[in-house]
Ligand binder design. Structure first.
Ligand code: FAD
Length: 307
């Protein structure tokens, strides 16, 4: 295999691939079609950025002068009895639907948000009392140090609230195996519908570009509750505002830049800090080159997590 055999877009504006519709020009974006191509890229390219559904990121408007690998074409999913094997690029709603088709329960929470299996495992995504770690059996990973494909079982995945082993940067998820529970299609459908209905009432749809919850919940509290009580629903910055029905969401109201988004996140962060002396931790990750102001803000708000 050679690099030229793999789909690539050069000087690609990544903005429209993100759910926030914020981004810039990336030197090269590769779209591997299968695990073999993905592993070849991971062995060949130095320190690529890996992206799935781009639904939990602020991509820099300054872009990125390097290589990005998008997993979205790696979307095979297979059901064997109660086990589900999914490639990293499978979107959550598709996984949810496949589980429903096989009368399997455990993926109903993924119906309402656009993360891929890779991003969902990276974040240990969850909603409505279910998390991706609940049904997780094992991961097929690329080890960026040894350059080998390895298998790691759930107990070594370091899962916690919006946390997994993948966040230490050593491993890239190629695929994962899950074990779900047999249930009736009727019950599964009812839960999926309930989850969708709940979102419709309080969260912005993707027609209002956003990247899900801005901050993680602090221990024993809710970021949305603190933000709301601190009065952030009034806040906005150029081209971005806090969503009126949920204080932990920001929507892009025009042609927002990454700096616009960070300015608003910073205002929200400072409002809660000054009101409650609580420093919220962003759930959304910043990717790409930072300008001077972005560097200042990131240093402050990501001091506990991303550098
Ligand atoms: C409307 C809306 C609602 C949402 N609701 C929820 C919710 O209820 N619960 C929830 O948990 N989240 C929610 N989110 C946030 C988001 O969908 C999740 O965080 C999701 O897990 C991100 O997946 P992704 O594929 O989009 O990852 P991306 O945004 O593409 O990437 C996120 C991180 O994962 C890493 N990554 C992606 N793929 C891989 C891989 N194969 N191997 C290693 N690292 C990888 C990236 O490098 C990046 O650091 C919501 C988002 C939106 C827009």
């Amino acid at each position: 295999m050679e690099l030229k055999d793999i789909e690539v877009k050069e000087n690609f504006d990544i903005k429209n691939m993100t759910t926030f519709k914020v981004g810039g020009i990336v030197k090269k974006v590769y779209f591997p079609a299968n695990q073999q191509e993905f592993v070849f890229l991971l062995k060949t390219i130095k320190n690529p950025i890996i992206l799935g559904g781009c639904s939990n990121i602020i991509f820099s408007s300054q872009g990125y002068d390097g290589e990005v690998i998008s997993t979205i074409k790696m979307d095979n999913i297979m059901v064997r009895g109660t086990h589900v094997l999914a490639e990293c690029g499978v979107k959550g709603p598709m996984a949810s639907q496949s589980a429903y088709n096989a009368s399997l329960s455990g993926f109903e929470f993924m119906i309402g948000f656009p993360g891929t299996i890779g991003g969902n495992v990276y974040m240990n995504a969850g909603a409505h009392g279910q998390n991706i770690s609940d049904s997780f059996i094992k991961a097929c990973l690329f080890d960026t140090k040894s350059k080998e494909v390895v298998y790691i079982e759930k107990d070594k995945m370091d899962f916690g609230y919006r946390k997994s082993l993948l966040q230490n940067g050593k491993y890239i998820l190629l695929g994962a195996e899950f074990e779900l529970k047999k249930s009736s299609k009727e019950d599964i459908k009812a839960l999926m519908d309930r989850n969708l209905e709940f979102r419709k009432n309080i969260q912005p749809s993707l027609a209002c570009p956003n990247a899900g919850s801005v901050f993680k919940n602090p221990e024993n509290d809710s970021a949305g509750r603190l933000l709301d009580k601190a009065g952030v629903k009034e806040l906005c910055a150029d081209n971005v505002k806090v969503w009126e029905k949920h204080a932990n969401f920001i929507v892009n109201t025009g042609d927002a830049t990454s700096e616009n988004v960070l300015e608003l996140i910073y205002k929200m962060y400072m409002t809660v800090k000054e009101t409650y002396t609580i420093e919220l931790e962003p759930e959304i990750r910043f990717i790409g080159k930072r300008n001077k102001r972005e560097e200042e803000i990131c240093k402050q708000i990501y001091k506990k997590t991303q550098k």
